[in-house]
Design a protein around this ligand. Structure first.
Ligand code: CP
Ligand code: NVA
Length: 324
């Protein structure tokens, strides 16, 4: 029996647990939660790709919770010289209390989790970016009160971010509309699995159709990390997918704009939108810190989540869903 839980996908948490994490993160943001559940504990942070927000938020978050974080770049550790992931997993498990990893292949993270005896947290793979989408939903709660019943638009590449949004729509009660060019759509199996559980997901080509009346407009770079050599081709394919003032004008009048950052101004988003009154990109980045502290407090610090979870009997949209 495993004595720990990993966070590789949004689907690793139930609806009630996700709402519990949001409430704990809100208590952390409001400084109502000031405990140090990671006292004497260490988090290993493995980076196979670059990072600003993920590195800083996990490192500062571990410190705030009383713990310590180690930055392990692939360039500097034996992984970069070919040491197997399964060996690293068992060594780090004997010296640290949790592992956060940013990788290319999602299967590398799954292998790490299989061999590690401590919680493994997905800090982005080519397949998904679950910590970011929880921070994004925390931002939606902060500025729109709730994600319940909201329409969320995803404009651009059907990438790691899009996949985690789809998994969030599988667990939580909002409607997701994605506008992606042909051949750049999200994985159809991920969409089908979410729809099979009742998720309200619409996939269209036209960004204007996707944002019409939406409460949240969300985009990301056209070439993700590892796809740099496709940049020129992608700029051509994605022309017409920039979130600019004209597109934002089609959304709900109180709509907010989200971007996980880093952004390429003049490609997927105009400078005026990113810097504009509807942009919540900076609060969204800050929320990475709060939600990851909640995740680490629970998974590594063993903070009980039950007191933050929804009470039974709250409104549900679909019979099979848990309260929240
Ligand atoms: N949004 C995000 O994950 O940023 P970094 O790549 O800087 O960590
Ligand atoms: N889709 C982007 C997200 C960066 C945070 C990438 O994978 O590079």
């Amino acid at each position: 029996m495993p004595t720990h839980r990993d966070f590789l996908s949004i689907l690793d948490f139930s609806t009630a647990e996700l709402n519990g994490l949001f409430r704990l993160a809100e208590a952390i943001r409001a400084k109502r939660y000031v405990k140090k559940p990671m006292k004497g504990k260490a988090l290993a942070m493995i980076f196979m790709k670059s990072s600003t927000r993920t590195r800083v938020s996990f490192e500062v978050g571990a410190y705030d919770l009383g713990g310590h974080a180690l930055f392990l770049s692939q360039r500097d550790i034996q992984l970069g010289r070919g040491e197997p992931i399964k060996d690293m997993a068992r060594v780090l498990s004997r010296m640290t209390d949790g592992i956060m990893i940013r990788a290319y292949a999602h299967s590398d993270v799954e292998e790490l989790a299989e061999y590690a005896d401590v919680p493994v947290i997905n800090g982005l793979t080519d397949l998904s970016h679950p910590c970011q989408i929880l921070a994004d939903l925390l931002t939606v709660r902060q500025y729109l009160g709730s994600y319940e019943g909201k329409r969320i638009a995803w404009i651009g590449d059907g990438n790691n971010m899009a996949h985690s949004w789809i998994e969030a729509a599988q667990r939580l009660n909002f409607s997701l509309r994605l506008a992606c060019p042909a051949k750049y759509e999200p994985d159809p199996v991920t969409i089908a699995a979410a729809r099979a559980e009742g998720a309200d997901i619409t996939l269209v080509r036209d960004p204007a159709e996707a944002v019409e009346g939406c409460h949240v407009v969300n985009t990301d770079v056209w070439a993700s990390m590892g796809q740099e050599d496709e940049s020129n081709e992608r700029i051509e394919v994605f022309s017409g997918y920039m979130v600019d003032d004209a597109l934002m004008a089609r959304a709900h009048k109180d709509a907010i704009f989200l971007h996980c950052l880093p952004a390429h101004r003049g490609e997927e988003v105009s400078d005026s939108v990113l810097e504009g009154a509807q942009s919540r990109a900076w609060a969204e980045a800050e929320n990475r810190l709060h939600i990851q502290k909640a995740i680490m407090a629970v998974l590594i610090g063993h903070e009980p989540l039950a007191p933050y979870m929804a009470k039974k009997g709250r409104a549900k949209r679909r019979g099979h869903r848990r309260a929240g």
